[in-house]
Design a protein around this ligand. Structure first.
Ligand SMILES: C[S@@+](CC[C@H](N)C(=O)[O-])C[C@H]1O[C@@H](n2cnc3c(N)ncnc32)[C@H](O)[C@@H]1O
Length: 415
């Protein structure tokens, strides 16, 4: 790597903090978070001067493990490009299991992740990084020139077609949210190769490590994540069904292949009193809902995620909110969403549901039944996800939830 300027900042006016010290602190945090695990990934994160990719951002911020530097927003205010947070980058790179000498395609560029990949494949390997946006690839090129990573090729194109000219790849790493898997990604991957992709399934995104097995992909682990949406031929955004929008206090259901709701009836339902149902199932304070929610979307046909703007939450219009959305069971003129309440144990919360509308209580009870089923039969297990070509007959798919997209049939099954 070329020499880069040893920039220093002063931490609250005292001792100067060098970029290397910031990197060391970031790596320590990534290890604590369990995001960086293998020594080679740790070494890569310790060496790449990521702050050079976003000179407009304060250097210390670029080394915050959870900070994503947004570099572009579209006309509707949706973030469409960023340098991902170090924790997310490390998590995906660990999922990809990159070895020296490999050929790796990154779809969705930014430069920083490509530099980590270049460190991991070494001089004998090669990295192709591509982005649909010329501004992004220019930024990536400038960054990679500054860091001196020469085994990276930067390409401007729509990732839908992959990059056939440099295929096949041992690994494909997608760093933008996908609702489908285009055939090119499977065909450009070596047999047994790994595809890591933030895949949206009925509104819920998980970055999944898939292994190619002929024409199908088989999951080998996944992690919770949020990513900017795909542009180009594969663009397929969630659609919002707004059920409340007074004074900027918007509440909406994010539809992703779900039936069209009766929004007028649901607006009226939200104005009615809450009906609660409780499950007796508890979660530890630091326990994630990620597996429970995947179970709920496997078991229940009409479960979009509900998104509430902070102002709606502050005024208490909804009892539960999350940037990733809250699973909400819709049934005609009524709905119920997952929530929690405190228990006598300060470290545990009881799962339940809040219902609204004429059938609000019954819908909340139905949601709670599936929370109890998860606890009884699936808790502690992970969903198994497969991707099959569109047109694969039902009897050749694993049992479970099937999500039909343009190119593929995605299945979620449970042990
Ligand atoms: C989260 S950013 C990538 C971050 C990057 N990997 C890094 O170094 O942290 C996602 C990128 O995907 C790009 N993108 C969106 N749709 C795309 C498509 N169809 N093909 C290629 N890139 C796409 C966006 O322009 C955006 O720059």
């Amino acid at each position: 790597m070329d020499d880069v300027p040893d920039m220093t900042i002063r931490n609250n006016g005292s001792a100067p903090v060098s970029d290397q010290q910031l990197r060391d602190a970031m790596v320590q945090r990534l290890i604590e978070l369990g995001a960086a695990r293998s020594p080679r990934v740790v070494a890569a994160f310790r060496s790449v001067p990521r702050h050079l990719a976003t000179p407009e951002v304060a250097m210390a911020r670029t080394y915050d493990a959870e900070y994503a530097a947004v570099t572009k927003t579209d006309a509707t205010g949706v973030d469409i490009s960023s340098v991902s947070a170090p924790r997310i980058q490390a998590m995906q790179i660990e999922q990809a299991d990159i070895q020296p000498g490999m050929s790796v395609l990154e779809i969705g560029s930014g430069g920083v992740n490509a530099a980590y990949l270049a460190e991991l494949v070494g001089e004998q390997g090669r990295v192709i990084t591509m982005d649909i946006d010329h501004d992004v690839t220019q930024r990536a090129k400038d960054f990679l020139k500054a860091t001196g990573h020469r085994n990276v090729t930067v390409i401007t194109a729509d990732g839908e077609q992959g990059v056939p000219g440099h295929a096949p790849y041992d690994r494909i790493l997608v760093t933008v949210q996908a609702a489908d898997i285009p055939p090119a990604w499977i065909h450009q991957l070596n047999e047994g190769g790994r595809l890591v992709v933030p895949l949206r399934m009925r509104g819920m995104t998980r970055t999944i490590a898939f292994v190619r097995d002929g024409e199908r992909l088989v999951s080998d682990g996944f992690e919770l994540c949020g990513f900017v949406p795909m542009q180009g031929a594969g663009e397929n955004r969630v659609r919002l069904a707004v059920i409340h929008d007074t004074d900027g206090e918007e509440i909406a259901l994010r539809l992703d292949g779900h039936p069209e709701p009766d929004t007028e009836a649901l607006r009226a339902a939200l104005r009615t009193a809450r009906a609660e149902a409780w499950s007796g199932v508890t979660l530890a304070g630091d326990e994630s809902n990620e597996h429970l929610d995947l179970w709920l979307t496997t078991a229940l046909d009409n479960l979009p995620l509900m998104a509430a703007k902070p102002s709606a939450r502050q005024r208490g219009l909804v009892a539960s909110a999350s940037p990733l959305g809250v699973p909400t069971l819709v049934d005609g003129d009524s709905f119920a969403y997952r929530t929690v309440r405190a228990t006598d144990d300060p470290d545990r919360f009881e799962l339940g549901a809040v219902g609204h509308g004429p059938q609000g209580k019954a819908v909340a009870e139905r949601l709670v039944e599936e929370i109890q089923t998860w606890d009884r039969a699936h808790r502690g297990h992970r969903a198994h996800i497969e991707v099959h070509p569109a047109g694969t007959p039902d009897d050749q798919l694993p049992a479970g939830r099937v999500i039909d997209r343009l190119h593929t049939r995605i299945t979620i099954s449970w042990p």
